[in-house]
Design a binder for this molecule. Structure first.
Ligand SMILES: C[C@H](O)[C@H](O)[C@H]1CNC2=NC(N)=NC(=O)C2=N1
Length: 101
């Protein structure tokens, strides 16, 4: 079944449990800072593994020592759905293990 768009209230409620994440236009976004370029690269690979597992993919940007994500659901016309929050929570959970802040 296709993921349904969440209401503004549902988005706000879920964002309240995801420190550092925000709504930028029609995307959930967050940037992380890491200790080195290799650390940032390793986190990108880890996120890519999770995205393949979930079959849900962010716009994922690697900087020198930063990793940035923007996520929305293409198949829901670019709306925010529960799938976006599932990915954001998984990224949030793995970030600490990479020393990301
Ligand atoms: C065929 C495949 O399941 C789809 O293209 C998936 C892949 N990853 C995706 N990622 C995101 N963010 N939105 C989607 O609708 C989406 N669809």
């Amino acid at each position: 079944m296709a993921a349904e768009p969440l209401s503004p209230q549902e988005i706000e409620d879920r964002l309240g449990e995801l420190p550092g994440w925000s709504l930028d236009g029609n995307r959930l976004t967050r940037s992380f800072r890491l200790g080195s370029h290799f650390a940032a690269t390793a986190m990108v690979v880890h996120i890519a593994q999770v995205q393949e597992e979930l079959d849900h993919h962010s716009d994922l940007t690697l900087g020198y020592n930063t990793v940035s994500l923007g996520v929305h659901t293409h198949s829901a016309g670019g709306a925010i759905t529960e799938k976006d929050f599932e990915l954001a929570r998984r990224v949030q959970d793995l970030a600490a293990g990479h020393g990301a802040s």
